[in-house]
Design a protein around this ligand. Structure first.
Ligand SMILES: Nc1ncnc2c1ncn2[C@@H]1O[C@H](COP(=O)(O)OP(=O)(O)O)[C@@H](O)[C@H]1O
Ligand SMILES: [Mg+2]
Length: 233
């Protein structure tokens, strides 16, 4: 399968109380197109830091990131990478609290150079409806929706800019188990039916069990967790 995101020798550290604390150390990894990945690792291992770097919100001290073979900094540019290549789903949704659900989705559509359908409002309502947000809910101020509904809006927003790569940081951390399963079913569908690459940081075994590939962040590096299938059983 084709590579969508390649990380090469990523290094990152924080200065903490005068000491350098290494978080990512010569981290190299390749994510393939159309797969649903989960990234696991103990609290404080650097998962959020890694997502910030691979989504271009922060920059590594050294190392390279390639999106579809192009260097993100030198060839694409970080600004274009963020606008046109990726979307992020957060644990706390990060929706614009004074806008309606559909306005949140429309805003995301205005923040990309990607080619989008002309009839944006219709597309936004349809996208929301696909994830269970009917018109009456789409027209509500987002904070009046439940947590699960807000996360569905955030997923619709992530898709609205027509990107191929979606990151999520503990997206079900605030949701009950039943809602968590529904959200993960959406991620599965996005990767398997629509070819999106999904990279989800999670603590949840339920979530990781439903993903195609589980990756562990430990000792500053990513390690593929062997599955039964890999061993040929
Ligand atoms: N801005 C920062 N300055 C200093 N240390 C930080 C900063 N952000 C995170 N850290 C530290 O880096 C480590 C990794 O953090 P984080 O990436 O949030 O881990 P995770 O998401 O896996 O829980 C933690 O020890 C955290 O305290
Ligand atoms: Mg975190």
């Amino acid at each position: 399968m084709a590579s969508i995101l390649r990380l090469e020798n990523i290094n990152y550290s924080y200065i903490d109380g005068g000491y350098e604390r290494v978080i990512l150390e010569d981290l190299s990894f390749e994510f393939e197109e159309g797969k649903f990945y989960t990234v696991l690792g103990p609290s404080g291992s650097g998962k959020t830091t890694l997502l910030s770097i691979i989504s271009g919100l922060d920059t590594a001290k050294s190392g390279e990131i390639y999106f579809k073979g192009k260097n993100v900094v030198r060839e694409l540019g970080l600004h274009k990478y963020r606008r046109n290549a990726i979307s992020i789903v957060f644990q706390s949704y990060n929706l614009i609290s004074y806008l309606t659900a559909v306005e949140n989705v429309l805003l995301a559509m205005s923040e990309t150079d990607n080619k989008l359908p002309k009839d944006r409002k219709n597309v936004a309502y349809n996208l929301l409806r696909r994830f269970g947000i009917v018109k009456t809910k789409a027209d509500r101020i987002v904070t009046q929706l439940s947590g699960g509904e807000q996360q569905r809006v955030a997923i619709a927003r992530a898709l609205a800019s027509n990107v191929d790569l979606i990151f999520a940081d503990e997206p079900t951390g605030n949701l009950d188990t039943a809602t968590e399963k529904e959200i993960i079913a959406i991620f599965n569908e996005l990767s398997h039916e629509f070819g999106k690459t999904i990279i989800v940081v999670t603590h949840s075994d339920t979530v990781s069990a439903m993903s195609d590939e589980r990756v562990l962040l430990r000792g500053g590096k990513l390690h593929t967790i062997a599955t039964v299938a890999d061993k040929g059983f």
